[in-house]
Design a protein around this ligand. Sequence first.
Ligand code: HEM
Length: 210
Amino acid sequence: MRPSDQEAPAMRAVTMPVTSPGQLPLSKQLKAGTRRDHDSVDTLVMQSRPFDSLERYGCFLRLQHRFHGSIGALYDDTELNRLLPGLSELPRFDAVCADITDLGLPLPPTPSAIAPTSIYAALGWLYCSEGSNLGAAFLFKHTRQIGMSAEKGARHLAAHPDGRGLHWHQFVALLDGLALSESQCEEAVSGAVAAFDCYREALRDVFPAT
Ligand code: HEM
C-alpha cells in the first residue's frame, strides 16, 4: 500500500550531506561508479524490444519479477530501514506480480533472495533498484503502444502519485546523509555494480535469443 503524506513522514526527512573533504557524496559515487553498467543495461533492454508484442512484454515482466523479487527482503530489513527510514514503503515487487496477473500469465516462483556482501553493499543494490524508477518513465510511455497503463500491466512502471522525482530525491538525500567511510562507500558502489550485473544476467536468461 502506498503511504499517505501523514503516514510516511520519514522519507521526507531532509538530511544534510555528510562527506569527508574531497569525498563525493555517496549518490554521486554510485552514479559515477555505475555509469557504464547503466548504459549497457539500458542498451540491452531496448535491444530486447520489450514493447514489440505482449509476448515480449511478458518476458520483460519476468525479468522485473526476477530482479525485484530477489531484493524484496532488503526493503524489510530492520537495519536498512534504520539507515533509510521509509524504505519499507518503496518496493515494487507486488506491483510487478499484479502486472503479470493482468496479462493472464502465471506468476513465476519467487526468486531466491540475493545476499549482499555487507549492509553497505546492500545500499548499492537499493540504489540500483530505486534509480530504475527514473528510466521507468520512458519505459512506461512505451507500454501504451501495447495497451498497458497504470491500472493494467504497467503498474510497477507508473509514477508515484506524489511524482516520480520526489521519492528519488528523498532517497538520495538519505544516502548522502549517511556518515560512511571511504571503504564503506566503495562497498556500496560494488553492491550497485553487482545489482546491474544481476539484472543483465537475468535479462539474458529471460529473453529468447533474437
Ligand atoms: C531502457 C531502459 C532504461 C532507460 C531508457 C533508462 C533511462 C534512465 C534515465 C534517463 C535516467 C536519468 C533520469 C534523470 O537523471 O532524471 C536513469 C537513471 C537511472 N537508472 Fe535507468 N534506464 C533504463 C533502465 C534501467 C535499469 C534496468 C536499471 C536498474 C536495474 C536502471 C537504473 C538506473 C539508476 C540507478 C539511475 C539513477 C542514476 C543517478 O544516480 O542519477 N535503469 N535511467
